[in-house]
Structures are given as C-alpha cells and as structure tokens.
Design a protein around this ligand. Sequence first.
Ligand SMILES: [Zn+2]
Length: 293
Amino acid sequence: MKRIVILGTVVALGIVATMSRPIAQGNVAEIEQVKDNLYVITGGGGNTGAFVTDGGVVVVDTKNPEWGAAILDKIKTVTDKKVTMIINTHTHGDHVGSNIDFELPIEFVAHANTKTNMERMPAFQSPSGRQYLPSRTYTDKLSLLGGDDRIDLYYFGQAHTSGDTIVVFPALGVAHTGDMFAWKGVPYIDVNNGGSGVSYPKTLLAAADGIPGVDTVIPGHSPVMTWADFREFGEFNRDFLTAVERGKAEGKTAAQAAANLNLPAKYANYAMSRGTLTSAEDNATKIYAELDQ
Ligand SMILES: [Zn+2]
C-alpha cells in the first residue's frame, strides 16, 4: 500500500516536472561539447555550432529570430571571447534568424547562392538589416583561419536549397552539415530556394566521398551523429530517388510511387514524414515535377 502511494507520488511529480519544463529541444537553449573547443547549442531552431578559436568565437547558424541572447549566454559559459565570425549554412529563418542580434563588427560568411537567397528575406532588406548579410562568399570551397583553427567550407551542389554549405573543422574531424542532413528521414526540399530532389543524393554522396578526415557530424536538427550516418543518409536519398523514378516509369502517380518505395530494411528507422513540413509523397511530387521539366 505504502509502495503504491510512493509510486503514485513519484508519477505525479514526474508529470508536474514534465509540464513545468518547456518542450524539450525547442524552447530552451542547451550547450554541449562536441570535441575540445567545439560546442553545439541546441534549441530555438537549427543546431548552432560554436568554435572557440585564438581570435574569437566562430558561430555556425543563428537559429530563429530573437535567439541571439540565448546563444551568447551559452557561449559565455565556456569562454569570454567575442563572436568574430558567423557562418550561415543556408538561407532559412531558423538558421539565419538571429544574425541581427550580434554585435558588429562580425564577418558573415556563406555560399554565394545563400547570400542571393538571404537578400530576398524581409529581415535583410533594410539598410541596417543588410549589414548582417554575408560579407564573404564562395562558390566551391573556402578555407578560413589557419592552423588548428582552420575551417573548410564545401559546396557540392543543390540539395535542401541552392546554397548548402558543409562546415568542416579539420583539426577535430567534425562537420556541421546544416539542413542538407537535418535528420534521419525524408528531407525538406525547398524548391523555392533552389533545392532539388533529383540532385540531392548526388550532392550528399559527392560530399561523403569528397570530404576527408571527418568522423563526427552536427546535423541541422538532430543530436550529434557519425560520418557513417551522413553517408547512409546519402544512400537513403539515392535509393528513394531510384524508387520514385521506377514508379514514374511504371506509370504510377507520385502518391502511388511514394506508397510503394520498397526501400531496404536498413532504413526502417528513417521517418517518412516530418509533421506538416514534408513527407515521402511531398518529395516524390517534387521529384516528378523536376523530372518533367
Ligand atoms: Zn533549412
């Protein structure tokens, strides 16, 4: 009897604790060491990387609007250095939204296509907003800083958008992939910002083959994973595309093709939809439209 009462109390406390805490991973920023001087800050949108270099902190992605203070608070728990550089992996508001919260001067770096995409966003149209657009861009590869602080930016083609950067920290063997690899499941293909379901697998596998020395990955919206996970995600997208192309050749609708993918069992843990953002059918529909162009 007593045990039942205690158990009931524990359960009740657990419910209170759950209810009083903001929704996990969304409404609070948390900082976690990935390796040595590299951290990931979760919550508030895409994963933010914080790389503490000799000359200052390099931030990768700035989450949704109004998360700058939370990012800075977390950085202050690991270093007194100022943020000197911000790299934006791509144009989306949950990755560039708090650029304008940071104290200038800061060097903003992104792929040239991402700068073009960002220039269309309302936040970067005003004279003050434009100060937070990328001031340094590249097209294929760019190395920043040097020695153990070196950062390599890679672009392999269209995928999630037309300007997805993979940010590599060679001294640590870590890559921040942005939303090119956001989660294990069907990706969001933003065709309005140049994304491509047909190019997506090719781009991922070119990156998996072309970037040396990485073992650890910070995905766009998931906990830290391995480079093998990244390669597998490329293979998943390749097999998804092949199945959709086969369905189209057989005269199926996009919905029918998406319902009959028959993917290998190793992808059983891959989510085939992501809330209202995307689904296998959405992606098949985008691929059909692209194949018809
Ligand atoms: Zn995105």
